[in-house]
Structures are given as C-alpha cells and as structure tokens.
Write a protein that binds this ligand. Structure first.
Ligand code: GMT
Length: 375
C-alpha cells in the first residue's frame, strides 16, 4: 500500500480544504494517508481505516522567546517519514511547509519524495517579501515536484519568485456529493427573503484582498434596479468596516451578515448569483463550490478567476473595481429567468467537465506514481 504524508493549514481556508479532501479521496482509493498538522484538519469529518493523524506538539521552553513551530513540524515530518516509510510527503503552501519538508527529508533515513502545491498567497503575498523570497524559491526548487492551482499562479510564481522549475497545473475540485443544490426553501423564509427577491451571495475570509467593499457597491447598484438581498458569509479583518459601510449606505435591511457558517451548501442553494471581486485570487475555490450548487458567478479579471468562470456562459468577468459593469451584468442575468436558468445549468456542467474530483485526484495520483517509479 502506498503511503502519503500530507501537511496543510488545518484551520479554515481553501488550501486546507483541498488537502483534506484529497487525502480522504486517496484513502478511499486504498492509499494510506498520514496528516501531519498542528491540529485536526477542520474538514477531516470522516473516519477511515486508511487515515492517520500525527499532531505537531510544541514545547514551551522559557529560553525560546517564540516557540519554534517550523522546527517542531520538520521534526515530526522526519519522524513520520521514517516510522511509516512514507513514499510521498505532499505539502500544501510553500511557507513554511515546503522548507520544513526539505529539512525533514534531510533528517530522515527513509527516502521520500516531496510534492509542494502552491495555493496563492504563499506566492502573491509572501513572494513580495524580500526576507522570505529566497526561502520560497529554495522550497520550490528543492521539491521533487511542484504543482499550482492555476496557470495564472504558475506565471506569477515564475515572475515574482524567479524560479525556473517545471510547475504542473492541477486545478482545484469540490466534493460533488457535498456541494450539490438542495431544496432549502425554508431557509429563505427564516432569513425573511420574500418570493420576489433575488439572492446574491459572497463568501470569504474578509481579508483586504477580497475587496468586499466592491461586492457591497455592486449590490447597491443592483438594488436600484431589482429587489434583492445580499448574504455576506464569513469573518475576518474587514468585517466590522464592512458592517459600518453597509449602515452608512442605508443597506442594513437588505444585507445579511451571517458570519462563519458550516453548511454553506444550504446558503448557496437559495442563492441566484455569487460575487467575488478580489484583487488577488489564484483560483477562487468558493466559485467552484457555488457553481457545483448551480449558482452562476461574477468575478474579477484577476489571477485564476477567468480560468474558473466562463465569461458569458457560467457567469461574467469584470475588471478589478468595475462595480458598474458587475451590476449591469447582474441585473441583465437576474431579470431574465431563462438566461439565469441557462447560466445555472452551464455552471454545473462546467464544474463537472473541467474540475471533476475524480479526474483531478487522478492527476495527483499520476504525479505521485511518476515520482515513486523514478527509483
Ligand atoms: O483566499 C484565501 O485567503 C485563503 C487561501 C488559502 O490559503 O486557503 O486561498 C488560496 O488557496 C485557495 C485554494 O487553492 C484558492 O482557491 C484561493 O484563490 C487562494 N487565495 C488567494 O490566492 C488569495
């Protein structure tokens, strides 16, 4: 049985979701999966005899001003590589995971191959930082294989970090069994959404890069034309500023701040349109989640977003900050039931054709096999 170690950020975030779903699907296919993380990955919600979890423990010695988590992680990785005789250690996010994996490979006696998957902010935000750039480059260059979640991210990595290594694009995917449109009419009623109102949704971690103010501004312009509600799902640094902005614009009655939610499929199932107006987005996993629930999307012409939304088919692409155009497209779509239905169907077809989970998992398996058979 082939053995795969996986390290990711175990808390909320697309990279952790992909890493965990990949591990769970690989376990179903007979691989032995070893998660090596600081806490149980939040999406690890299934018991499986092929899945193991190794927690990274931190000792708080008074001599350390900051407990060295990265070293503890590398040490744990080396331990698991040797004890379990891992074939592959797959790390999601370059910093610090790729560096820790390389150090662990040096320490361990058993030979293991390192796969690093780049998810976005590890390059687009951290790659700008001169104190980290060389480390990121080292992590990428020393990995046995590197993947990125979009072509745009490959380009950005080459440009920003200056690496010359082959980077394979393997798109993200969703668990289709979970992300499927449900009948959730009572939820509309619970939130006081009247039958004539359209529902627009935005889901994010409310970081600056998500430009939630542009989502609100787009919604304000949509509301001038049609009756609608905006669901803002998630929490993060910009949350309270956005809350104040909504009150200032007099939109408090039609914008619902829902905070972090576990069952987003229920919310997507009552939504007609999703907005993602980010200024940085290597892929936009939330778009796939929406499309899988038959929700068309409007997104910015940024990073991987145009690789996910098919302009004029499953949604629309607008320039960064062009809320007028976003609102015009939204009104065009929401006012035309036939077009809306067509876009919803296209969204589902598109996600099933291009991002089908079994096809994506197969691409990772092929990559692992290639590396394992290199011996
Ligand atoms: O978007 C975030 O703030 C979270 C971040 C993460 O580390 O999970 O998301 C990144 O990885 C996701 C999974 O590959 C992508 O879908 C997101 O687009 C990407 N975020 C950015 O590039 C800003």
């Amino acid at each position: 049985m082939k053995k795969i170690g996986i390290t990711c950020y175990p808390t909320v975030g697309g990279s952790g979701i992909i890493a965990t779903e990949l591990g769970m699907m690989m376990a179903e296919k007979g691989y032995e999966i070893h998660f090596i993380t600081s806490s149980l990955p939040f999406r690890l919600n299934r018991v499986h005899s092929n899945i193991y979890y190794h927690e990274v423990e931190l000792n708080h010695y008074p001599v350390f001003q900051y407990p060295p988590f990265d070293l503890a992680l590398a040490n744990k990785m080396a331990e698991v590589i040797d004890q379990e005789k891992l074939d592959i250690l797959h790390v999601h996010y370059a910093m610090p995971h790729a560096i820790c994996a390389i150090l662990a490979k040096d320490i361990a006696k058993h030979d293991v191959k390192i796969v690093t998957t780049l998810h976005g902010t590890d390059i687009t935000v951290l790659g700008i930082d001169h104190s980290l750039k060389k480390m990121i480059r080292h992590g990428i260059e020393q990995s046995d294989a590197v993947t990125a979640v979009s072509y745009s991210l490959v380009e950005q990595t080459k440009e920003m970090v200056g690496v010359d290594k082959a980077i394979h694009v393997i798109y993200n995917f969703v668990n289709e069994a979970e992300y499927t449109k449900k009948y959730a009419h009572s939820i509309r009623e619970q939130y006081g959404i009247t039958p004539d109102e359209k529902v627009i949704i935005h889901i994010s971690n409310f970081r600056k890069v998500k430009c939630v103010q542009d989502v609100i501004s787009t919604f304000q312009q949509i509301r001038e034309e049609i009756s609608a509600k905006l669901l803002l799902v998630g929490d993060g640094p910009e949350y309270s500023e956005m809350y104040q902005l909504v009150s200032k614009l007099g939109l408090a009655d039609s914008v619902l701040f829902l905070g972090k939610q576990k069952n987003v499929t229920d919310l997507l199932s009552i939504s007609d349109l999703k907005l993602l107006m980010s200024e940085k987005e290597s892929f936009g996993l939330v778009l796939l989640e929406a499309m899988s629930c038959e929700v068309p999307c409007i997104g910015t012409n940024i990073g991987g977003i145009p690789e996910v939304i098919k302009h004029h088919e499953s949604g629309f692409i607008v320039d960064l900050g062009d809320t007028e155009q976003a609102a015009a497209y939204a009104v065009e779509l929401l006012q035309n039931e036939q077009l809306l239905q067509q876009f919803s169907e296209n969204a589902l077809t598109h996600v099933r054709n291009l991002f089908y989970s079994q096809d994506i998992v197969k691409q990772y398996i092929d990559l692992y096999d290639e590396l394992i058979n290199e011996h």
